[in-house]
Ligand binder design. Structure first.
Ligand SMILES: Cc1cc2nc3c(=O)[nH]c(=O)nc-3n(C[C@H](O)[C@H](O)[C@H](O)COP(=O)(O)OP(=O)(O)OC[C@H]3O[C@@H](n4cnc5c(N)ncnc54)[C@H](O)[C@@H]3O)c2cc1C
Length: 490
């Protein structure tokens, strides 16, 4: 007994105990997995599960003739069709009451890689990860993707996603050719240059309402090696920092984070830039999900708000400082971790919202935003966990375009309760936030849950009526439907 007591007096022994305890805590953090998606026997949902609905049939897409037959029959019989990729959209964009859902995930072959022309032809149900896997040995990389590589090509192009690249413009602009199954069951081969009927303008960023993207030829670029530059800034310094960055040809990619911790709420930011080194890569493998448990532990702490959120912000700053000057390939900069974000607490939901404001309005906008949100949401039901800032270049290519000029997008991770009162409160805050964004000539992103009113939608997307006219012209029997269309456009 005395021996054990003596052991407990030794620092090395206590150190070992702490390490064993910390490791076992870390190891036992459960990695959650949201339950969502397609099922014929019960209700269909998407990533948030907020809009459960019954569908009549889910068809796993396998060959284009079968898809063509389904579209033709639907056009004659009045059946509704929706198109689903990985269903990370959050407002019922991928299904419709009593409709047929085309599950595109099985339509996912890489068809051709042209090393010389730097292009890849791929079926629309493939994910960015599938494409990265295939093009890596050729020293090639994507021009534009979201910050993660977990989404399908069809789903990403249908929302016209954006990410960290600051040079290549909208994702829609990277499509060279496309095979489209139209609502009347025709199969059309479209090229970006010869698209005189303007199909691409409506299909890209068209939320699956103008037909099924079967395959696309995407422009690629080199798998450059970048050095990472990180820096802490005051929010009021960001606009000029960003404008200088855009003038610097060396800068290829960039994003930033704004503090949502009480002691530096919307005052502090850090920036992460990816700068050219002049080197390229063909051999570095694609990185997998790293440090999931640790990142999850940190985010879970932040989820408590108050002092814990300050701690989380400090931990993020430490991590960001630690990657300064490190090298990374373009492919790896385009595949950030996502598993640690999973959240499955009963009675609560985590959703994304994104607001875009013109670059020159950023500073004033954030000042006003500070008056709208509570700096410490520890005791509030509506909690803001994270705000990431991205650049979205002016988009002349799509009809429902969120970037009417060069914009900064604030991607916001929000948590709220699921009781009627809690949803109503979240809706009210998000609507106020949207009004503030509109005041600065901004917009909000459409793939997420539709808290906004129809008036806010119309003000954000003034071209919506033309979008509807074109929809009815090209799909007069309204074969392609989803809950998003029903809510905002119909
Ligand atoms: C954690 C998370 C992070 C995100 N990060 C970003 C980001 O960094 N940048 C960004 O821009 N967005 C981001 N998003 C939004 C995301 O890009 C969109 O939700 C995107 O649509 C996801 O692709 P998906 O395969 O899940 O598409 P789905 O949600 O399945 O589909 C989206 C839309 O595309 C249509 N569609 C799908 N496949 C086809 C097809 N083959 N032909 C025609 N229409 C089709 C669907 O009908 C639907 O309207 C994020 C979302 C989440 C949940």
């Amino acid at each position: 007994m005395q021996k054990i007591k003596d052991l407990f007096k030794k620092t090395w022994f206590l150190g070992c105990l702490v390490i064993i305890f910390a490791t076992s805590v870390l190891w036992n953090i459960p990695i959650e997995k949201r339950k969502y998606g397609l099922s014929e026997s019960s209700l269909v949902t998407d990533y948030t599960g907020l809009l459960p609905e019954r569908v009549v049939r889910v068809v796993k897409a396998a060959d284009r003739q079968e898809l063509q037959k389904i579209a033709k029959q639907a056009n004659e019989s009045g059946q509704r069709i929706s198109v689903a990729g990985l269903q990370h959209s959050q407002g019922g964009h991928t299904y419709y009451k009593d409709g047929v859902v085309l599950d595109m995930r099985t339509y996912n072959r890489i068809l051709e890689i042209n090393e010389l022309q730097k292009t890849v032809r791929v079926e629309a149900g493939a994910t960015w990860e599938d494409v990265q896997d295939a093009i890596l040995p050729y020293g090639l990389a994507l021009k534009v993707t979201q910050s993660q590589s977990i989404f399908t090509i069809g789903g990403s192009l249908s929302v016209n996603g954006h990410g960290r690249d600051i040079r290549f413009g909208p994702m829609a602009g990277t499509v060279k050719e496309m095979t489209l199954l139209t609502p009347t069951g025709e199969i059309k081969r479209l090229t970006s240059r010869g698209d005189s009927e303007e199909w691409m303008k409506y299909v890209l960023g068209g939320y699956g309402l103008f037909g099924v993207i079967l395959d696309v030829t995407l422009e690629l670029t080199d798998n450059d090696i970048y050095t990472i530059h990180t820096e802490k800034l005051k929010t009021e310094e960001y606009e000029s920092y960003f404008n200088n960055l855009m003038k610097d040809d060396n800068a290829a990619m960039h994003y930033a984070r704004v503090s949502v911790a009480p002691s530096s709420f919307l005052d502090e930011m850090y920036v992460i830039d990816y700068n050219h080194t002049g080197k390229q890569d063909r051999s570095t493998s694609l990185k997998g999900e790293q440090g999931v448990r640790l990142s999850k532990l940190a985010l879970d702490l932040g989820r408590h708000g108050g002092g814990m959120e300050d701690l989380f912000w400090r931990a993020q700053k430490k991590y960001i400082a630690s990657i300064d000057k490190k090298e990374i390939t373009r492919n790896n900069a385009m595949r950030s971790e996502s598993t640690f974000m999973e959240f499955t607490k009963p009675g609560r939901v985590e959703v994304l919202q994104e607001y875009f404001v013109p670059v020159h309005s950023y500073e004033e906008y954030i000042k006003d935003l500070k008056k709208l949100l509570s700096a410490d949401d520890k005791n509030d039901d509506f909690k803001v966990h994270n705000i990431t800032v991205r650049y979205a270049a002016k988009d002349n290519l799509t009809s429902l375009n969120y970037a009417k000029e060069d914009m900064l997008g604030l991607v916001v991770l929000i948590q709220h309760g699921l009781k009627e009162k809690e949803i109503a409160e979240a809706t009210a805050i998000i609507r106020d936030w949207t009004d503030l964004t509109l005041k600065y000539d901004g917009t909000y992103y459409l793939p997420y849950y539709r808290y906004q009113t129809k008036e806010q939608f119309k003000a954000s997307y003034p071209d919506w009526e033309k979008f509807r006219t074109e929809k009815l012209k090209r799909d007069s029997n309204e074969v392609f439907q989803n809950l998003f269309y029903d809510h905002y456009i119909k």
